[in-house]
Design a protein around this ligand. Structure first.
Ligand SMILES: C=C(O[C@@H]1C=C(C(=O)O)C=C[C@H]1O)C(=O)O
Length: 95
């Protein structure tokens, strides 16, 4: 059985369904870019961590993590802190 665009989008008119379909394509494209940026961030973070560990230091630097958390909180509010914590976990693993 086929799913209509109205069913897929939850819209009640064809006009709204078309708008939502187009906007969802933009969101998918944005998400692809965000995922790519997160992967790039993970790679750069790994370079820093590896260099610090090779020099005899620790993987994690808490004072720097506080700066990162603060930037996201200042820009995005409380959920920004959660987002930054998730990014840090992706980049340096769980602590
Ligand atoms: C990348 C670093 O190493 C670790 C990872 C961080 C990050 O991904 O932002 C921040 C601090 C460190 O715990 C760094 O010190 O800058």
């Amino acid at each position: 059985m086929t799913t209509t665009s109205a069913e897929k989008t939850g819209a009640r008119t064809d006009e709204a369904a078309d708008l939502i379909t187009g906007a969802r394509e933009r969101i998918d494209a944005l998400d692809d870019r965000i995922i790519g940026l997160v992967q790039e961030r993970m790679a750069v973070s790994a370079v820093i961590q590896d260099a610090r560990i090779a020099s005899g230091g620790r993987r994690v630097n808490l004072s720097r993590e506080m700066e990162v958390l603060g930037r996201y909180r200042d820009a995005l509010g409380k959920p920004g802190t959660s987002l930054a914590m998730t990014l840090l976990e992706l980049c340096r693993g769980r602590i």
